[in-house]
Design a protein around this ligand. Structure first.
Ligand SMILES: [Zn+2]
Length: 476
């Protein structure tokens, strides 16, 4: 067995990087800030994609693909948008050996190019709503990068919709926030807080941004998906108009929303432990690993015959049989634990005799996580066990977040807690408070939860009247 992984409480950042590399999820690319998503990491991303894509289609969206290059002038049409993104742009000035007449931006996001196309496609109210998503890569030139969480090029989906009325666009923005929360909680087993971003944290060029925020294993927050109500800002910049039923020309109302490969980082940090990854069964590339154990050839043929039977019983599940002879059983256990496979089936000669197998849960260490299960009805038992693990991971993450969330009434209380807690406090919405908090603690406003439980109060940072509570935390 190779060296142990750095424990989380010793150096969380190192633990994160080591787990990713040792589990074969991603590696650093030759270009600084870029990453290679390796097959195991990509398989997890494919399952994330599948879970989201199905939900998008169930809510009436279709997929399309727009180009990687965007004319520089497009970005300049929306002033706040270009200002927000220009420090992160990668710009192509030459093509085919010649200097281009107009530089091309490699998309940091696609509101502008999609807006230009929507202006062409939308004529009347009959063309609305237009509900398109694309799965794509984007580039944002990042100075400080971290695998999956912040890389110069990353993969994501970006939804872009156009509507006839403000109400419909606002509804869409919140519908997608619900879709994201449903995916995060049911598939990724990550409890999330749905909320509105502050003015300073909202999308450049939008009217209001909403996000799902999750607590990671080091108590920091991670924004795992965002949904933006863009008002008519992009419609006016790109002339996205329609003729209403009275034949009057109107501007559309638009939205955009995205989840990226950050979600992979969220899964790693929400569930992983000092042994490595713990993947939720619904997303795990390998849900069950079967490890046969034998000493001699007679045992080997008996054990492998049972493995054949087990394989047939696992139909429909993502499973793998690890019958490599060059590694010991103990080595394999460690390897699959590192890779976060939710359930292991061990089959030895004695199990064959007793017509049973051993199930070992990844989320419950040692003997407590092991059970002997008869061969008869094994398929159902395994499915039930995977469902139990899925729920247990969610429950554990939720209990962890609740145990590490505090209410604060004063600035001193916030400062004392915010390094390793989510802090819930009244906030007046003033951006100066955010600057002060960040300077003193590096923490930021994460979101203003949609669920507000109390009457109006007093801002815990500056003492002015406040109507809502905010979540404050250190964040990725
Ligand atoms: Zn205040």
């Amino acid at each position: 067995m190779a060296d142990k992984i750095t424990p989380r409480n010793q150096d969380y950042g190192r633990w994160y990087t080591e787990v990713i590399q040792r589990a074969g999820m991603a590696d650093y690319a030759p270009v600084r800030g870029c990453m290679v998503i390796m097959p195991y990491g990509y398989a997890l991303w494919e399952n994330i994609k599948e879970g989201l894509d199905r939900r998008f289609k169930e809510t009436g969206h279709v997929n399309a693909y727009f180009p990687l290059f965007i004319p520089m002038s497009f970005l300049q049409k929306e002033a706040e948008h270009v200002e927000g993104f220009s420090p992160e742009l990668a710009i192509v000035t030459h093509g085919g050996g010649k200097e281009l007449e107009e530089p091309l931006v490699i998309r940091p996001t696609s509101e502008t190019v999609i807006g230009a196309m929507y202006a062409k496609w939308i004529r009347s109210y009959r063309d609305l709503p237009l509900l398109i998503n694309q799965w794509a890569n984007v580039v944002r030139w990042e100075k400080r990068t971290r695998l999956f969480l912040r890389t110069t090029e990353f993969l994501w989906q970006e939804g872009h919709t156009a509507h006839a009325t403000r109400e419909e666009a606002e509804e869409e923005t919140l519908r997608i926030l619900d879709v994201y929360a449903d995916f995060a909680e049911r598939d990724a087993a990550i409890p999330v807080i749905k909320g509105r971003k502050s003015e300073s944290e909202k999308f450049a060029g939008g009217v209001a941004s909403y996000a799902i925020e999750a607590m990671m294993g080091n108590y920091w927050a991670l924004q795992a998906g965002t949904s933006h109500f863009l008002g008519q800002n992009f419609a006016k910049a790109f002339d996205i108009t329609y003729l209403d039923q009275d034949n009057t020309l109107q501007y559309c109302w638009t939205t955009s929303w995205g989840v990226s490969t950050r979600m992979v980082g969220a899964v790693i940090m929400a569930h992983g432990d000092d042994q490595g990854l713990i993947l939720p069964p619904k997303l795990a590339p390998v849900q069950v690993v079967v490890v046969p154990i034998w000493r001699d050839d007679a045992q080997k043929s008996a054990v492998l015959a049972t493995v054949d039977q087990v394989e047939r019983m696992l139909t429909g599940l993502r499973f793998q049989v690890d019958d490599r002879e060059e590694y010991s059983a103990g080595w394999k256990f460690n390897e699959w634990e590192l890779k976060g496979v939710p359930l292991r089936i061990e089959i030895g000669p004695r199990d064959v005799q007793k017509e049973q197998v051993v199930l070992a849960r990844r989320d419950v260490a040692g003997k407590a996580g092991k059970s002997f299960v008869p061969m008869a009805g094994l398929g159902e038992r395994v499915k039930d066990m995977l469902a139990t693990i899925q729920q247990a991971l969610y429950d554990r993450a939720l209990a962890f977040r609740e145990a590490n969330t505090v209410e604060a009434a004063t600035y001193d209380e916030i400062v004392a807690a915010v390094g390793d807690k989510f802090v819930r406090a009244y906030w007046c919405g003033d951006a100066e408070d955010e600057v002060r908090l960040k300077e003193d603690t590096k923490a930021t406003t994460r979101c203003i939860p949609l669920d507000q439980d109390g009457p109006p109060g007093v801002c815990a940072i500056c003492g002015k009247p406040a109507t809502e509570k905010v979540i404050l935390a250190r964040a990725y």
